[in-house]
Design a protein around this ligand. Sequence first.
Ligand code: SF4
Length: 353
Amino acid sequence: MEERYLALYPFITEASAYVSGLGFSLERLITSRAMDPARSRGVERVLQALKGDIEKPQFLASDDRKVLIELLSYPFSRILVSCIGDNFLIRRYALAEAVSCYKLLHSEPYEFICSIASDFHVDVLFSDHLFDIHFTDYIRLASSMKALEWKLVNRKMQKGHVYISKEELARLLQEAIRDRIQGSLPLDVSEDICQMCAPYISQIQTELQQIKENFGSGDFGAVESSMFPPCMVHAMANVRAGVNLAHSMRFALTSFLLNVGMPVDDIIAMFNVSPDFDLERTRYQIEHISGSSGTSYKPPSCSTMRTYGNCYGADELCSRIKHPLSYYRRKTWFNRHKHEASQQLPFSEKDNE
Ligand code: SF4
């Protein structure tokens, strides 16, 4: 494979063998002035990942130096992420690397996509504008995709083979890439190496802290996220960390947020880090739940949430309510009136949405 492809898809086996063959020592990568651009790009990769999107460079035929910098920036960014060792950062970073490759894969020729698939031990054939993969590979690749359309029963299958579009194969490979990167982190990096990287690490930690604080304070305008029930807090933390929610929990969270007044665009922005994020489809689904088709939806009751395994971390207030919206309303009311002597409840003990 040409070097520029190795630089754009640095997680593939051939790319890591190529970098090893260059003979750069870790110390040289971290201390040499000539490696400054690779280190800067490595930091940029991680910072961009925290913001959600790693921008891939475009290479001209004469860009050998730029290709080398891009290639070496990948191991450096992995060292930085490993030294910080934060699970949220690892998930965000792996997801952003995978999504940036997914966007590139869209425009690659089918032979190239097949070669990336083979790096994940998936044999793919291409005919009649569709890719054909064995159903066992399909199940393996689609295991973290929670939307119903990815279930095997909803796919066209013949003689043990599943037929998928280029877009769908790219999406499945995105998951495989994310798994590979996430599963390989943190690397076992020595304390000395992390010390040498300290100036780069501090930039990332500052940004990471900021993002976590923003999340904790829940900057949702009039919506008070600190009043959310534990199940919704847990689901939102998962979304932010790039974990794909089960279909039932995705519906529960979306309808809950709409019912407490969060704007559609803010909910879309929140889902923008999900592994199977698709802007148009997400907007359509959220607008549908909000009532664009004439029916607006409420989140499921606590008992339905329990049935689907979506009740998580129930606290004392949960024992007195039957619906996640009741939890929010009661907690918000108490918070606003806690200075008042009267503890009169604004809702009946049995309130049910
Ligand atoms: S009891 Fe209800 S509100 Fe509380 S965590 Fe479970 S589902 Fe959520």
